[in-house]
Design a protein around this ligand. Structure first.
Ligand code: CAA
Length: 259
């Protein structure tokens, strides 16, 4: 059975791909194989000119309950190095198209880290987020201490990582970890509506926004603003910028070509 499923389920929108984590018996625990398959699939979608937005999800019970503990329990540091276990995580950052995490159920440890690697998170009201690695004698290892701290601040990140406590979706929203909470039963429909909104925008400008926002975590404010301005100039070499502005002035809907 494949650890990753990929569909194009939205007949009225061929530009949106849905990727599902598929190890339901172990709450989508993120094995090395799953992570490799996930990255391979995401690269394939990133290279597919038809695809403009990717939705990443799990199932009603779990987005993902973390790295696969059974696979790690007896590992040595050298096993982890030789396995290149973290290479897949680094590769996730190379995807240029928008990825929305649609989270129901548990997003814990590596599952929370995976959701945070996505561009933003929409959660069902059943979702639970946390970094519980401390409960099994270790620490977050795929960016949890870094991305969570940037998202919700030092004090709350320290508390979550040191206690291993989970927070509900509403709390995650109030703390700025996620973009939106919706009823769990309508999560996929609501995420689709947001994906459709983005897929109808100029695809190159969307990629440049992703790049510029992510730079905010890496650069000083003045360097980041310079970087942003260059991306802004760059959009003026696209047909989509001309189309978007002309359509506005002509009071019609734009038709973007992605160039
Ligand atoms: N790895 C491997 N298997 C896991 C797993 C994980 N992270 N999480 C759950 N499972 C398995 C369980 O072992 C169980 O398998 P069996 O049916 O064969 O016993 C199955 O999934 C269902 O889980 P539970 O019976 O435990 O379900 P529950 O509803 O009672 O509890 C839970 C749910 C609170 C999420 C609990 O499963 C849990 O605490 N899971 C572990 C969470 C965790 O510690 N995650 C961090 C992992 S380390 C990490 O992620 C490091 C990193 O940063 C890279």
């Amino acid at each position: 059975m494949s650890n990753i499923l990929c569909e194009f389920p939205y007949n009225d929108h061929k530009h949106i791909a849905l990727v599902k984590l598929n190890r339901p018996k172990v709450l989508n625990a993120l094995s090395t194989d799953l992570m490799r398959e996930l990255v391979d699939k995401l690269f394939e979608l990133d290279d597919n000119p038809e695809v403009r937005v990717i939705i990443l999800t799990g199932n009603d019970r779990a987005f993902a309950a973390g790295a696969d503990i059974a696979q790690m329990v007896e590992a040595t540091p050298i096993d982890q190095i030789n396995d290149n276990r973290f290479r897949s995580w680094q590769q996730l950052a190379q995807i240029t198209k928008p990825i929305i995490a649609a989270v129901n159920g548990y997003a814990l440890g590596g599952g929370c880290e995976l959701a945070m690697h996505c561009d933003f998170i929409i959660a069902g009201d059943s979702a639970k987020f946390g970094q519980p690695e401390i409960k099994i004698g270790t620490t977050p290892g795929a960016g949890g201490t870094q991305r969570l701290t940037r998202a919700i601040g030092k004090s709350k990140a320290m508390m979550l990582a040191m206690t291993g406590e989970m927070i509900e979706a509403k709390q995650a929203l109030d703390w700025g970890l996620i973009a939106k909470v919706v009823p769990s039963t309508t999560l996929m429909q609501e995420t689709y509506e947001t994906a459709k909104n983005i897929a109808n925008k100029a695809p190159v400008a969307i990629k440049l926004i992703k790049e510029s926002v992510n730079k905010a975590f890496e650069m000083s404010l003045s360097d980041g603003v310079d970087f942003e301005r260059r991306n802004f100039y760059l959009t003026f070499s696209s047909s989509d910028q001309k189309e978007g502005m002309r359509a506005f002035l002509e009071k019609r809907d734009p038709e973007y070509k992605g160039n």
